[in-house]
Design a protein around this ligand. Structure first.
Ligand SMILES: [Zn+2]
Length: 332
């Protein structure tokens, strides 16, 4: 296309001068309220998001918008701080603060309403008021806690099991519960751990004690209901599970805590994460799960990806992966 550039003539200059003069008169106007500055009302981010997978409805709910120091050394303790900071600069991200998602996810199959992970609750990783929002966000997202038929726990960490209790009682009075057998056996027994692990185990025991008889224990390859299958994702915790969701020949991968930062974890699956119980095994799992997501072109729900925590995985040239946020693919 041919584009002409125009040199401003005398009339243009006059018109522009007139406009400036008018703007000055308007700005000095004494009409009460007509041009008052609007008050600042603070930042706002979406708190829930809903889309479709086949016949299923998928809703992610934001349990926290907290900023955390990092990603280094939470991610990349086995490399240098400079490497991680360079990767952040290359991706237009702050070097010393990041905002992970904390995104419990509801899947309505039409037969069951299933909640995957329960957020920070009263005693999770991000305490109230900055975390633990799931209980309050259910209603605005369109749900009552009594409607939830099944609660699935990807693993036993406090930011996933924190929302099981509210005011000391189970938040989901009608739910059955599922967790990996290995993870339950890791966190539930008394006297198994010490130090930091024991602090986490105490929270797990506290939050699961009242519902212990409602748990079912699952293994990779087993279905929770038709269309919801557990996948082995060990390493973050010993029995950490991902889930493959299928409806009407459409699939989605819900990967729990396979990634803790949308750039650092994806670009460098070999970089260790401080929250991983077995760091080497978790790195291998990340690589395998990202390969699967990229090869199969699965949409993904990633608990700690930026809200609404849905996206796709692409291979980078050479090695590593890239998170492509969901836009409208599942909104049809
Ligand atoms: Zn987590």
């Amino acid at each position: 296309m041919h584009k002409q550039t125009k040199t401003p003539n005398r009339r243009d200059v006059m018109v522009s001068g007139l406009a400036t003069g008018l703007a000055t008169i308007v700005a000095n106007s004494s009409i009460p309220g007509a041009f008052a500055a609007a008050p600042f009302i603070g930042l706002a981010q979406p708190k829930f998001y809903r889309c479709k997978l086949g016949a299923f409805e998928i809703t992610t709910i934001s349990d926290s918008e907290a900023f955390i120091d990092g990603p280094y050394p939470i991610i990349g303790a086995n490399t240098s701080e400079a490497d991680v900071q360079q990767l952040m600069r290359d991706n237009r991200l702050p070097e010393k603060k990041y905002q992970p998602g904390f995104s419990p996810t509801l899947i309505n199959t039409g037969k069951e309403l299933i909640l995957f992970d329960t957020g920070n609750g009263e005693n999770g990783f991000v305490p109230r008021p900055n975390g633990g929002w799931l209980a309050k966000q259910l209603a605005p997202a369109g749900f009552a806690r009594e409607q939830i038929d099944i609660v699935v726990l990807s693993h036993g960490h406090p930011d996933h099991i924190g929302g099981l209790l509210e005011n000391g009682s189970p938040l989901f009075p009608n739910a059955r519960y599922f967790i990996g057998q290995i993870d339950y056996d890791f966190w539930a027994p008394e006297g198994k751990h010490s130090g930091e692990l024991e602090k986490l185990a105490v929270i797990f025991r506290t939050n699961t004690k009242q519902i212990a008889d409602r748990f079912s224990f699952i293994k990779p390859g087993e279905d929770i209901v038709t269309g919801v299958r557990a996948i082995e994702a060990y390493g973050h915790t010993p029995g950490h599970l991902a889930f493959l969701i299928e409806s009407n020949n459409q699939s989605l991968l819900l990967w729990g805590d396979c990634a803790h930062h949308q750039v650092a974890s994806l670009a460098r699956p070999d970089w260790h994460c401080a929250f991983d119980v077995d760091k080497a095994q978790a790195a291998l799992t990340r690589q395998r799960i990202f390969e699967m997501a990229a090869t199969e072109k699965f949409p993904v729900v990633g608990y700690h990806m930026p809200f609404p925590s849905m996206g796709y995985v692409e291979r980078l040239q050479g090695s590593g992966f890239r998170w492509v946020p969901h836009s409208y693919q599942l909104n049809l």
